[in-house]
Write a protein of this length. Structure first.
Lengths: 284, 284
């Protein structure tokens, strides 16, 4: 992605997990303010280290409409700091409703550079997002293989030729993403895929099915995947994927090699470790 | 559902489709105010006629965070008017993120009585929503079969025994929804299903697979399904489903048998027609 390494930091703020010094709120307004301070500080710390961040809108929505305002404020701040922003919104619906979501989350002034989208509705649910992505040089990542334990029950549903449902989705993504004005100079489409790192053998197979898709790879760190697992999502030349880590960076002061450090130092160190770890795995 | 008939009115506000007398906004704040007036009036008009409404959050999100505030304000107003509210949010994510969505959209003070959820993550993505539903006597509707043209490419993916992917999802919904403290006195689970009315033969099959699920049925009216198509989603005793109509009621002054009427009269007449039409189809 750039000299800072193919990674992004997930912005998943939860008040109860903030550094104790920020957990002094008496009201819900104070809690929102504490999360605001925490997130802005995290963005400032990680901006020199990583190329991108991925705010998870669910945590902001749980703070009410003021939380949604904060989400968009942080998107704008991150962009001002030179970060690419992937809005983890996982929206998905039919045509005219999808168009409203695309307007809300991708087209507007303070919108992210890319968003995650749920592909259950098929091509006509993706079309409004792709239209904005093409027009504005933005991107979308469609959920293909998720990193949670019970995903397999749904996504491993197997067809008559042994192909799995997530491979079927991958083929649709590859086909739709190969459309006009979608593939850029580097050979990648504005239509990418979310491929969990917890299933590296499947990531390799999906890499073959989707040669033009950038993979957004969750599951590293707190969710259990190693850097070597994540490496399976990349092409042989080390491009084509971006690995996300959220809690293992944000809350590095609590757990792991930087536990007990000042929280800001822990965030900085964990972000640097993330970059180094993925780079090392790709160099092997 | 009650004496008013098993239907709900979708609240899908789009400024450009409002009655001309309300399209006088000069600023985005004025547009929001016009939508506010329109939606509140619609709620007052339909409350004596239908038992439920289904606000589609995408249209509110496209108005920015103030739109999200309006969404929750309207949910509260609808509940004060005695309406059940189904929040059409189609959220879906893994465990801790799903918990944040459940807190945001189902657990809070001004939250709807039920929400729609995307089931692509499997049981551990549903669990946080179900926990709130059980605790608070609320409900969730998981997307099983959607009513849009390109849904078939994804949802009709066929397994070795001829079973389709949406039937696989339906079986998961039936299994999860049969869990402890989920099935109420009337024999229905708090875990329901979204089943599009545009595929009646499939609705009949899904009715067999999911005997304890209430079906939320989109697709009537503007999307092309008839009342007879919708009837396929009900049990033989006429219970078990709720049919949604959005644009054909909201914008009845523009198109259809009430075109040209005063917009409020058109909404009232279209809502009454919806109830009568579904009742007639069920009586056959």
């Amino acid at each position: 992605m750039d000299a800072r390494g193919p990674v992004c930091v997930g912005i998943d703020p939860v008040y109860e997990e903030l550094p104790p010094e920020l957990q002094t709120a008496a009201t819900s307004k104070d809690r929102l303010a504490a999360i605001d301070v925490f997130c802005r500080e995290v963005l400032r710390i990680v901006a020199p280290v990583v190329p991108a961040v991925k705010p998870q809108i669910a945590f902001f929505e749980s703070l009410g409409y003021q939380g949604v305002k904060l989400y968009f404020d942080l998107v704008a701040q991150a962009q001002q700091l030179g970060l690419l922003v992937i809005g983890d919104v996982k929206r998905g619906d039919i045509g005219h409703t999808a168009a409203a979501y695309a307007a809300a989350h991708l087209a507007g002034q303070d919108c992210p550079d890319a968003v995650t989208v749920n592909g259950y509705f098929g091509a006509d649910g993706l079309a409004p997002f792709l239209q904005v992505a093409r027009q504005q040089g933005k991107g979308i990542f469609v959920l293909v293989r998720t990193s949670n334990p019970s995903a397999a029950v749904i996504q491993d549903f197997t067809g008559p030729d042994g192909a799995k449902f997530y491979e079927h989705i991958a083929r649709q993504v590859a086909a739709v993403g190969d459309g006009p004005e979608m593939v850029g100079a580097a050979g990648y489409s504005c239509l990418g895929a979310v491929v969990g790192a917890t299933y590296p053998q499947e990531a390799r197979r999906l890499r073959e099915i989707m040669p033009r898709q950038i993979f957004l790879v969750p599951g590293y760190g707190a969710q259990g995947a190693s850097a070597a697992d994540c490496a399976a999502a990349f092409k042989a030349d080390g491009t084509g994927a971006i690995v996300n880590a959220s809690r293992s960076v944000l809350y590095a002061f609590r757990k792991g090699p930087h536990a007990g450090k000042d929280w800001k130092q822990a965030v900085a160190s964990a972000a640097k470790d993330l970059v180094a770890d993925i780079r090392q795995a790709l160099a092997r």
